[in-house]
Design a protein around this ligand. Sequence first.
Ligand code: ZN
Ligand code: ZN
Length: 171
Amino acid sequence: MGRKNRDLSYLKPFCFYCDKTFKNEVYLHQHQKAKHFTCQRCFKKFSSCDSLKNHVESAHHEVLTKIPNATGDRSDIKNKIFGMQGVPRVEIEKRIRKGAEEYWTKILSAQYQQRRKENKQRMKQNREISKKENQQDVKIDNEKEEIEQHEYNPEAKPISFDLDYEQLQKQ
Ligand SMILES: [Zn+2]
Ligand SMILES: [Zn+2]
């Protein structure tokens, strides 16, 4: 169909912690390091939540309980994710299902709108055709009436009869 703006973002790598979509996994890794694996005390970046947790304990003597900047139950420290590694399969399937559903809903509703438009146009054309046909019928009826009036005139007497009648009287 040549549609350019197909929304296939549900097939792209996404951040488990905040649901953001990325062009590729390199961008995703960079994002996770900057957003979710950065120490909130000294802003040092780490490549995993485990190394961040170890750092927080050893450098700041604190216990990391939540992944920074993660949404809802995704912030659980037990969620050990790096890029797409460790993302529960069920979450990926859920995302694909939802994305595909939205995609097809969009496509099908566009097709539905197109069909509705075409039906409307067809109905309009049919109405115009039947209007024209009615007008033609009226025209034909008028012509018929003219012909009938010409052929049938109850006032008219056959001329030859009149002549014959007068001639008969004189004789
Ligand atoms: Zn994120
Ligand atoms: Zn730190």
